[in-house]
Design a protein around this ligand. Sequence first.
Ligand code: ATP
Length: 407
Amino acid sequence: MAKDEAKKVVYSGTINVNNNGVEEIGQPDIHQEMRRLEDENKVMLHTLRRLEEETVLLRELFNKANGELSNIKKPALLVADLISVVEDKAVIKLPNGNKFYSFISPDISGLQSGDSVLVDQKGLNVVQRINVNAQTEVEKFVIIQKPKESWKEIGGLKKEIQEVKEVIELPLKKPELFKKVGIQPPKGVLLYGPPGTGKTLLAKAVAHSTNATFIEVVGSELVQKFIGEGAKLVKDIFALARSKAPSIVFIDELDALAATRMDTGTSGEREVNRTFMQLLSEVDGFKALDDVKIIGATNRLDILDPAIIRPGRLDRLIEVSLPDEEGREEVLKVHTRSMNLQKVNVKEIAKKMENFSGAEIRAACTEAGFFAIRDNRDHVTKDDFLQAIEKVRFEDLEDEDHQKLFG
Ligand code: ATP
């Protein structure tokens, strides 16, 4: 039996059992056997291919994870400005203002001063050049618009409008006139006066009338930037203004930037000073008849550094003061133009708005409208205005008290 089994294995033939119960070894079916082996072979080949594909895939995954891991382990690179290139070395400036003389990696070529580069933290070697779009950086910081406010939106301020037209509008619209006469118009103006008297409105209206791009920047925000960034931002703002010319750069709260300082010598002081110096050099850098004009605005002319209002800079000062009774009436007319008034004597209301700024007059108009709405009316009465005036005046007094208490 064992012998037969051995034969079974060797021949792999069929085993038949005869009538007497004896096993007989039949002829092995070689073709069938070969087919079976071929089938097995195919399956194994298929499995092999699948495993090979899986190996490639897993290797890729491994390499990716490994790459990510080594990237995570690497210290971040610093972004620096390239000041100048000296053979294989460069003078770089870090955002904190410090300058270094460092090596340039041999893989980089064609570096130019002004480029933004990546440097490693340890050795400060320049390892890569990058494209940092200064324009988009600055666009995040300023407000750029084509204002819709026209001269008609300004109540009163006739003299001020006249002056702004003369100094800003005329040189932008008719520069040839100045060339013929042979005079240099001011590069910009300084509007000064209490808050809410229409300084921004004047600047926007002149941008509208000249179809200029209005670029608004707030002085106090400029000085809050990181060390070294304020000055760069000023530079970029003016570059942006040139690229979008004709344009008007409106610097609100100029005093935050250009206040006369007691020389305490703190780093913050020095930083504000650097930003201010950059502003002066930008103002000095362009010609009076360029398509870029600057309008500065401040509530504190008394603390302003005289350097900014020297001839050739913002040398035309325009005072925008609180409106008198006639002015208030004009402002009131502007803001009640689209209101549904009933038996309201604008002159009489203006009289009651003593010491109100344009902004407060506008606030009183809105409040009067709210009193009407609360009363389920679609028209505004004299009484609504009287209550609104009291409300605005009371809020102002509260603000003043708060200011006195908390500064
Ligand atoms: P700040 O010094 O606080 O920046 P500002 O002098 O620039 O104030 P604006 O921002 O121009 O004041 O005025 C605020 C709002 O008050 C204006 O949007 C406008 O609605 C209203 N306003 C001020 N003055 C006038 C005016 N003369 N005529 C019509 N509206 C005015």
